[in-house]
Design a protein around this ligand. Structure first.
Ligand code: HEM
Ligand code: HEM
Length: 235
């Protein structure tokens, strides 16, 4: 087995963590500057067009996220996309267990791969709403004067519904991060072996595959993703 003396398992590379936190930062700036534009009680925050300027500046890092991921980590980006949109019987079994999981009960949790079924839903919905929020945002931006009142109302509604969806997803995402003490994966890059076994047993067991073991340095356990394009065998 590929567990380490310190009981830590590598989960995310530095570039993955950097991209995630740039994403969180730009998302929160877009959210708060956008809310200042939307809600009259917050209008004082938009005085002088500052919120509008901040909103447009934050678009740049936000829109670059998938480009950065695809260029810096092409193998991991493909893996993340494929996994997020691929559902199996194990995922169905996980969904049956979900009410208990939401309450923090993991006894009898069906074994999961690198990302569990709930995370698949989160990631896949995030990617889809990334497209709708960005497309509607650019139409609002560059379609000024050409959309007409109905076109503007429809585009703003798509933008606002995407923002609402992404915000609800973020609340769930942060809730589970803290409920299951998963933050370290995105901060240090490592999680405890206990966490890896409990949440992602199939992924953890796949680390024992010869290709991952051969590539692993003595002090830590490497993820299959780091071991290169060779896919770990799925039990
Ligand atoms: C590529 C991404 C995005 C682009 C190009 C974009 C662009 C825009 C534009 C042009 C507006 C109209 C206000 C203005 O004239 O400045 C707007 C409004 C707004 N945006 Fe974005 N935005 C993007 C992403 C986001 C994200 C991720 C959020 C929230 C997390 C967000 C939240 C809002 C809100 C709440 C409003 C006010 C909506 C309204 O007035 O109905 N935007 N955005
Ligand atoms: C303060 C807010 C946030 C915290 C504390 C947080 C925390 C985390 C953690 C701990 C993980 C790793 C989970 C694992 O080990 O499987 C993760 C992954 C992820 N988060 Fe967040 N997150 C936050 C906000 C967001 C937001 C706003 C988005 C999208 C709009 C987002 C999208 C993602 C995605 C797509 C992944 C998977 C990344 C990958 O596999 O490369 N997160 N997050």
């Amino acid at each position: 087995m590929t567990s380490t003396a310190s009981g830590q398992v590598r989960r995310y590379l530095p570039a993955q963590r950097l991209i995630h936190w740039v994403g969180v930062g730009s998302f929160l700036i877009l959210l708060f500057s956008g809310l200042a534009l939307l809600f009259p009680p917050l209008a004082f925050l938009a005085a002088g067009g500052l919120s509008r300027l901040i909103h447009r500046l934050a678009v740049a890092p936000f829109i670059l996220l998938p480009v950065l991921y695809a260029v810096l980590l092409p193998h991991q980006a493909k893996e993340l996309l494929l996994e997020s949109f691929t559902y199996t019987r194990d995922d169905l079994a996980w969904f049956k267990h979900m009410p208990a999981y939401v309450l923090g009960r993991t006894k009898g949790l069906p074994p999961q791969g690198r990302i569990n079924a709930g995370q698949k839903i989160h990631h896949a919905s995030t990617f889809l709403m990334f497209v709708t929020v960005a497309a509607s945002g650019f139409v609002l931006w560059f379609g000024v004067g050409r959309l007409g009142p109905d076109g503007h109302a429809l585009t703003a509604m798509i933008h606002d519904l995407s923002v609402l969806g992404l915000s609800v997803l973020m609340i769930g995402h942060v809730y589970f991060t803290f409920l299951y003490d998963a933050l370290s994966g995105m901060v240090t890059g490592f999680v405890t072996e206990q966490y890896a076994r409990m949440e992602h047993l199939k992924w953890f067991e796949a680390l024992a595959a010869p290709v991952a073991v051969a590539a692993a340095p003595a002090s830590t356990t490497e993820t299959p993703a780091e071991a290169g394009p060779a896919e770990p065998p799925q039990p």
